[in-house]
Design a protein around this ligand. Structure first.
Ligand code: ADP
Ligand code: LRH
Length: 480
């Protein structure tokens, strides 16, 4: 049987890449065609995405990819572009770290209390949920002139094919979808004055999303027809689809700019306890639910590295490995770390405020960040198991953070469970698997995962004892 090639466009908050997955009956090989930085841009209006730069990077990547049988796009969640009646983009998409949503949630909760919002949508509170972004924009000229809202992967798909849709996994991050019906929450939208006609019709992962337009073929040198296939267009949906797990008793952590730590479930957990613990229920492939918590993730390190003038991780991480463990930890789940800027100082301030030694050198700050992330991973996985009544035996770590062996080992230690690390490009692989499945090359979620286990390099980390030290560190953040 012929090997087919699928282009996976995966746009993370720190870099975009076009990967090519070559899939045969029992083979899956992923190569990188092109990688480009994704940097937020601060304009006089606020923090924005360079969406034209991303589109150009994607076209460069498709040109480098060469002949492919289909294309799929996934990206970070919640953000969107607005189109006017001519289909033209209105302004630059707003970055989810922009400050426009400060104080907005309280206004929404005055109409629909937070408890009700959670019961209806299962979504964690995060200031950047699309619902709050739309509320923040409610008096803007752009929204007044908008006829259509397309989430980032759907916008780029539209530019490639001319066809509009709203892919479900990413739609579930808007906080306008009911996780039980997996359809819009019509009642909620109407109570909050949000016009659901702004959204294009829902698409399921695997649905066709059009063909590359003639101009795109010309620019990329590809020969048509090349179909675009809707994938789990939320990068985390694609990454979880590519967790090389066997059975159900596993937790996962998608580590990149964010750490997304939790469980795959077959139904949402909408209890008040779950809301208070700020767990989210996002929609995954094949009727699954991603029950997880957002942790600030390697963003903390990215921002420090930026402040320090971009030292190499290859030198910084070994130095951090030499720093004594667990001297100081911060709450890596704290939204106080969401905005860019002054990260080493903000971490130092948090340590000082909780009466711990203040990390000074880059190695010390890095160690503090990695210990804090491991601790937050532990808390999220412990609490998820309890709240969902779903015990696990293993933690799968996927995403760019799998390249950080210290973080993987600390996570195993903190969780007291074996960690299986890899693949690093899980989102791209999940993206490829959905395309391959649509074209009949792989079966269900379990088949895809078995294929990954057979074909992708994975590293196992066994937990090293001393659970008491992690409990003590956790107590520093929770008492007081
Ligand atoms: P995103 O998709 O959110 O942009 P990635 O999954 O690409 O993020 O992960 C990026 C992170 O992976 C970086 O911030 C960095 O901390 C980590 N990383 C990438 N390469 C390496 C490496 N060679 N060694 C250690 N860590 C790495
Ligand atoms: C990770 C991610 C995450 C969202 C955040 C906005 O890239 O998609 O799942 O919460 O970005």
């Amino acid at each position: 049987a012929r090997v087919k090639a699928y282009a996976a466009v995966d746009l993370g908050a720190s870099s975009g890449r076009v990967m090519v997955g070559r899939v045969g009956p029992d083979s899956l090989e992923l190569t990188e065609a092109h990688r480009f930085p994704n940097r937020p841009v601060r304009t006089p209006e606020g923090l924005r995405w360079d969406v034209l730069g991303l589109y150009a990077g994607m076209l460069d990547g498709l040109r480098a990819a060469g002949r492919v049988d289909s294309v799929g796009i996934d990206s970070w969640a919640v953000d969107y572009g607005l189109l006017d009646a001519d289909g033209a983009l209105l302004g630059n998409p707003v970055h989810y770290r922009d400050s426009r949503t400060e104080g907005v949630a309280e206004k929404v909760w005055a109409t629909v209390p937070a408890e009700e919002l959670y019961a209806a949508t299962g979504l964690q509170y995060a200031p950047f949920n699309t619902l709050y972004q739309l509320t923040a924009a409610s008096h803007s000229a752009q929204l007044a002139h908008a006829e259509r809202l397309l989430l980032i992967p759907d916008l780029l798909t539209y530019w490639l094919t001319g066809e509009q849709g709203t892919e479900l996994t990413n739609a579930s991050t808007t906080q306008l979808v009911d996780p039980r019906t997996r359809d819009w929450s019509y009642d909620l939208a109407s109570r909050l004055g949000i016009d659901l006609h702004l959204f294009a019709p829902l698409r399921q992962p695997g649905d066709p999303a059009g063909l590359l337009r003639a101009e795109v073929l010309e620019e990329t040198g590809l020969t048509g027809p090349v179909p675009v296939t809707a994938v789990g267009s939320h990068d985390t949906a694609s990454a979880v689809a590519a967790v090389p797990a066997d059975g159900e008793r596993f937790a996962y952590i998608c580590t990149g700019t964010w750490s997304l730590a939790g469980l795959e479930l077959d139904a949402p957990v909408l209890t008040e306890e779950s809301r208070a613990a700020n767990f989210t229920n996002e929609l995954g492939l094949d009727g699954t639910v991603r029950y997880l918590r957002n942790i600030m993730g390697l963003w903390l390190l990215q921002e420090c590295v930026r402040a320090w003038g971009e030292p190499e991780l290859g030198a910084l991480l070994p130095a951090a490995g030499q720093v004594p463990a667990l001297r100081s930890v911060v709450d890596a789940g704290d939204a106080a770390f969401l905005a860019p800027g002054r990260m080493p100082e903000r971490i130092a301030e948090a340590c000082r405020a909780s009466g711990q030694p203040v990390p000074v050198s880059p190695a010390e700050v890095t160690r503090c960040i990695l210990d804090s992330l491991a601790l937050a991973h532990r808390r999220a996985i412990d609490e998820a198991q309890r709240l969902a009544d779903h015990p696990v035996d293993v933690v799968h770590v996927v995403g760019g953070g799998t390249r950080n062996a210290l973080l993987c080992q600390l996570t195993a230690d903190a969780c007291g469970l074996p960690v299986v690390a890899g693949p690093a490009e899980a989102a791209a692989l999940g993206n490829v698997l959905v395309q391959a499945r649509t074209h009949g090359l792989v079966g269900d979620l379990g088949d895809g995962r078995r294929l990954l286990t057979r074909t992708q390099p994975l590293t196992r980390y066994e937990p090293r004892g001393d659970a008491a030290r992690w409990r003590e560190a956790e107590a520093r953040l929770t008492d007081g």
